[in-house]
Write a protein that binds this ligand. Structure first.
Ligand code: GDP
Length: 482
């Protein structure tokens, strides 16, 4: 018994319609088996074709992953510094470099997995400085590890940049697609990647990349919408995801299972402060720049948004001093979960509902798990708190997120929630309107190709749009799947 709430253990499909494979140890990664008791039923189900491809991919990770003979052979070839083309083992690899904040890393990992699936490559994730990946997530593939082993032979792989001779742009533009003599190809899809490097999105892997055993990928971005511009992946993506707005949602349910330590933080907080409310509202506040500064315009914008969208009740104008407060209230309860690096916004909103009651009689409680002060990079405990908060936000019923924040994107997309997103202003004013309901639950992608994938002419800047890919509400150069 995993102690699921409400004793409804036997009624739930913990494997999510075949998305998850049975056979993992239930005690070592409880979130895999317990999430279903905390989440709403899935609003998008995995297609039978996707399930088939996932099983094939798991077999690939098992057959070729670290510790296997093919992996040992592949790394020996890489170490020998000779050209590494055309392996006989049928084992090709995608190494994802981890960098930037946790939201960025989750977006990158989710979409790198889709790329690995599309190109039949074993996904190996750099555990990052301080080896924080295993503190955060359980292994997603049975009988195999996705953590890049510490003895990976390209020792300086985290230093690769656009100037690398192995960069995809260099291979395509200067080497006329010849990979002869290269040990690996490096895909640079950082948020500021050049147009030439973004050609990866339009690559037909069958052309020459399939010969390259090792691909190293740098991205801090959500890449998936970019793959939808590529005619080579069109039918495969269509079969995997008949509904394009479910790509992150379904992949994250498959791939992202927090470790017991993080999941304990999620469930303890949820059960203490959120579970018993009639409704849960998440508010994710990200203030770029001076994170510790208390920004009145940010607070004003959030309150303008929650009022305009009827997410929070107005407070009674009589305040606390006037009429007699009611003995009991039966108007329902709302638990507000706030996440932010600072506690100032939480304190203000909580005090507002302490000094005066809600006009409609609702009982409003306001909670914030942590206020870390500032962002840290690859710091175990800090990252675990951030991940727990991302998961807590994803368990709310409605959510307000901050524009341009990947932390916010991941929180709503994981929950299958279509958020109200607050617009980021540069001049410390309140945006008008303060927020908007977005067109879908998918995260925004900032680095898609800005050219036509059929013509592959990267010198002509045309942000492509299709019927299912729209401009993001909060980033005019970004796109999202709908
Ligand atoms: P972005 O910068 O908003 O796109 O989000 P990232 O997640 O990529 O980077 C921000 C980092 O700052 C997070 O990973 C956390 O380390 C930290 N951080 C930002 N907001 C919060 C928050 O609300 N709670 C916690 N615990 N950490 C936060």
């Amino acid at each position: 018994n995993l102690g699921a709430p409400d004793g409804e253990e036997s009624n739930k499909d913990v494997l999510l319609g075949g998305l998850l494979v049975p056979g993992f140890d239930k005690q070592s990664c409880a979130s895999r088996y317990q999430s279903v008791y905390y989440r709403k039923n899935m609003t998008r189900l995995p297609s039978p074709y996707l399930i088939k491809r996932l099983r094939e991919h798991e077999a690939l990770q098992r057959r070729c992953g670290p510790g296997t003979k093919p992996y040992i052979r592949a790394t020996e070839r890489l170490r020998s510094e000779q050209q590494v083309l055309d392996s006989n083992d049928g084992c090709n690899y995608l190494v994802l470099i981890s960098y930037r904040g946790l939201g960025n890393r989750i977006l990158a990992t989710n979409s790198a997995f889709l790329y690995a699936l599309l190109t039949n490559r074993v996904l190996l994730v750099d555990p990052g400085h301080g080896n924080t990946l295993p503190d955060l997530f359980c292994e997603p593939f049975p009988g195999s590890t996705w953590v890049l082993p510490p003895d990976f032979p390209v020792t300086n792989f985290r230093d690769l940049d656009e100037a690398a001779p192995e960069s995809y742009a260099n291979v395509v533009v200067n080497r006329s697609r010849s990979v002869t003599g290269l040990r690996f190809v490096y895909a640079h899809l950082d948020h500021d990647a050049s147009q030439a490097n973004r050609l990866v999105y339009c690559d037909d892997h069958r052309e020459f990349l399939h010969r390259v055993q090792w691909m190293i990928l740098r991205t801090d971005q959500y890449m998936s919408p970019g793959f939808f511009f590529n005619p080579a992946y069109e039918s495969e993506l269509q079969r995997m995801f008949p509904r394009t707005d479910s790509v992150f949602y379904i992949i994250s349910r498959y791939l992202m299972h927090p470790t017991n330590e993080v999941w304990g933080m999620v469930t303890r907080f949820y059960n203490s402060y959120l579970r018993d409310a009639d409704e849960r509202l998440g508010i994710q506040i990200r203030v770029f720049g001076d994170e510790n500064k208390s920004a009145q315009h940010v607070l004003d914008q959030i309150l303008a948004c929650t009022s305009r969208e009827h997410l929070l009740p107005a407070v009674a104008s009589t305040g606390g001093g006037g009429g007699a407060p009611p003995l009991m209230t039966s108007s329902g309860s709302k638990a507000v979960l706030i996440t932010c690096l600072s506690s100032w916004y939480h304190d203000n909103i909580r005090e507002m509902y302490w000094k005066s009651g809600a006009e409609n009689g609702e009982v409003v409680s306001v909670h914030q798990p942590s206020h870390e002060g500032r962002q840290h990079w690859f710091h175990g405990e800090h990252d675990m708190k951030a991940l727990a908060e991302i998961f807590l936000l994803s368990l709310t019923d409605k959510i307000v997120t901050s524009g341009q924040s990947t932390f916010g994107y991941v929180s709503h997309a994981l929950g299958g929630l279509t958020p109200y997103i607050t617009y980021r202003t540069m001049d410390e004013t309140v945006a008008d309107p303060p927020c908007a309901r977005t067109v879908s639950m998918e995260p925004c992608a900032f680095t898609v190709p800005h050219f036509d994938c059929v013509k592959k002419d990267y010198t002509v800047d045309i942000p492509p749009r299709t019927a299912t890919i729209r401009t993001c509400e909060d980033v005019f150069w970004g796109v999202k799947l709908t």
